[in-house]
Structure formats: structure tokens, C-alpha cells
Design a protein around this ligand. Structure first.
Ligand code: AKB
Length: 319
């Protein structure tokens, strides 16, 4: 296997934390450089190379490139939907300029960067997108700054692939659910908090209302999809915007019911806030047939299996 040096930008977020761990298992600890604007506590960041990096700082970015000469970059740093709405100008700057720093470095003649991973999201869809069996191509009219930046980013990664030959790969993540790190400012994040509240208080107040079905994905499946799309031979990646990706879809009352099977006296209350409008503009069920056909995507977890695993892994914290 060719020796790879992998840089993960935004490594302290919900996905980054687990991705660094998974990449270090594959490539070796020293070959995977974690980086973020601030260092999170945790074994994964103590046990291998870590760099403080603000991806908006062009000089610092250049320094990291010179120091490590990464062959693959996973660029995850972004503000998520709900947080981005609180600071839309900064969110646009971070989400877009950060991406350009990575793409421009990758397009330089003789660049060490052979492959770039950048995540998109279901937030790239909008109210005029079909909500059920949401197709890969269709009306895209995102209503949030986060969604607009994801849609624009998708077009740009495709542009850099077609115009400059940068090997860009991307997935449209549904809401991600994991137990190893806290979520960071998303509209789907209630689906993580609910497990913690169930174990702590046997009660959760949901910021979305009953019946709000959203697409979701359990972290082991998200990691599998991310690594698979990056490891698939380039000729199989026939979609250079971002692949639709699906795991499961559920509404708050359905995840609550799955928790009640383990904690019968668990109770859910509803207090919808501004995040409801964001959720209402997103699809409910995604058609991910292109990912299945092109590189064999298939999720392992449904709601029942995820709930059992989440509760088992989180429970020791609250004993
Ligand atoms: C969010 O809710 O903002 C994210 C996403 C769906 O991209 N989890």
C-alpha cells in the first residue's frame, strides 16, 4: 500500500473525533494528523499528531501543508445548521473560504494532495425538494446559510474535479448520531440528546414537534460510508457533487418509542423552537440508490439496533 499521510481538518467535531480514530486504525497513528481550531480533551487527540489550525488562516494552512505534505485531506470544519443561523456571515465565510483553501491547495501543480473529502448534508435540499424518496437530482432550494453553503460547495467540488482534476469525494449526510462525542449545533441533534436525557432524567423535551420525520444515520454507518467513498477506485465515483446517503428515517415519537422498549417510564415532551422551520424544509426519506450502485453502500443499523447500542454505550456515564 502506498504510504499515505492524512490530514483531518475539524477533527474535534462529532464526526471528526471518530473518523480520526478509524483512520489511525487503518493507516497507523502517526500517518493521521488531527487538526482543529481548538484542542478537545480525549485520548484520540493525546495519542497521535495534533495541530491547532484555523483553516481561514492562509499562512497557518500553508505551514501545515509544508510540514506534513498530506496525500488525503478530510475537510470537516464547518458551522452546522442551527449555529450558522445565529452568525450567518461568519458561517458563510468559514464554510466557503475554508473549502477554497483546501481545493486551491489541491489544484496546485505538484500538490501532495491526491484526494479531498468534504461533507455535504441533507441541508442542501429545500422545501421544493420531494420529501419522500428524495432523488439525487431535483429541485434544490436550501433555506439556511448552512444549506446554501453546502449546495454551493457541492457545485464547487464538482467544478474543481472537472476543471482541475482534483479528486473530490463527498456525501450528503443525514443527521448523524453517535455516543463518543457531543453534537455541535445541528437541527437533528435532538436525536443524540434524547438518549442522554433518557438515561439521566427519563424525560426529554424535544425542540421539534411530533411527526417531524428526518433522515438519520448511526455513526458506525457514517464512518463506513465515508471510508468506503474515499477508498473506492476513482473510476467508480461517477457522482462528483455529493452522493445522497440514507440510513433510517424517524420522527421524535418513534425514537422515543424505541427508547421506551428499554426504559419503559421514559417520557417525551415537545417544545418546538426555530429549528422546527429548518427541519420542515428538509427531506424525510432519501433515495440513495446511486451510492448503492456505484460503490456498494448499505447501512447496517436500523432504529432498534442503534437505540440498543446507544443506550448500552452511554449508560455507564450515568450510573
Ligand atoms: C444539522 O442538523 O445541521 C446537521 C446536518 C443534517 O447536516 N446534522
Amino acid at each position: 500500500m502506498k504510504k499515505e499521510t492524512i490530514l483531518v481538518i475539524g477533527s474535534c467535531g462529532q464526526l471528526g473525533t471518530e473518523l480520526v480514530e478509524a483512520l489511525r486504525e487503518i493507516y497507523g497513528i502517526d500517518q493521521v494528523i488531527a487538526s482543529d481550531i481548538r484542542k478537545a480533551a480525549g485520548e484520540v487527540f493525546e495519542s497521535g499528531p495534533f495541530e491547532l489550525l484555523d483553516i481561514l488562516d492562509a499562512q497557518a494552512w500553508k505551514g501545515i501543508l509544508q510540514k506534513y505534505q498530506p496525500t488525503q485531506v478530510y475537510h470537516l470544519a464547518a458551522l452546522l445548521s442551527a449555529t450558522a443561523e445565529q452568525q450567518p456571515e461568519f458561517a458563510w465565510k468559514l464554510n466557503m473560504q475554508g473549502l477554497f483553501h483546501v481545493l486551491d491547495a489541491a489544484k496546485e501543480p505538484g500538490s501532495s494532495i491526491g484526494r479531498v473529502y468534504w461533507p455535504s448534508s441533507i441541508a442542501a435540499f429545500g422545501p421544493n425538494t420531494p420529501r419522500f424518496e428524495t432523488p439525487q437530482y431535483g429541485p434544490m432550494d436550501p433555506t439556511t446559510v448552512y444549506g446554501i453553503s453546502k449546495y454551493a460547495g457541492e457545485l464547487y467540488i464538482q467544478y474543481y474535479y472537472k476543471r482541475y482534476g482534483v479528486d473530490t469525494r463527498s456525501l450528503r449526510y443525514p443527521g448523524l448520531i453517535g455516543h463518543k462525542s457531543d453534537p455541535g449545533g445541528g437541527t437533528t441533534d435532538y436525536a443524540v440528546a434524547i438518549y442522554h436525557d433518557a438515561l439521566k432524567d427519563k424525560q426529554h423535551t424535544c425542540f421539534l414537534k411530533e411527526g417531524t420525520t428526518l433522515p438519520m444515520l448511526y455513526m458506525p454507518d457514517a464512518l463506513k460510508a465515508t471510508l468506503d467513498v474515499m477508498h473506492t477506485p476513482a473510476e467508480n465515483i461517477k457522482m462528483r457533487m455529493s452522493y445522497n446517503l440514507a440510513g433510517m428515517s424517524f420522527a421524535p415519537e418513534e425514537i422515543a418509542d424505541s427508547i421506551k422498549r428499554h426504559i419503559p417510564d421514559f417520557n417525551i415532551l415537545y417544545a418546538p423552537d426555530s429549528r422546527q422551520a429548518i427541519a420542515d424544509s428538509w427531506p424525510a426519506v432519501i433515495d440513495d440508490s446511486l451510492a448503492r450502485t456505484h460503490w456498494g453502500w448499505k447501512p447496517d443499523y436500523d432504529l432498534a439496533r442503534m437505540t440498543a447500542d446507544m443506550l448500552e454505550n452511554i449508560a455507564p456515564r450515568y450510573r
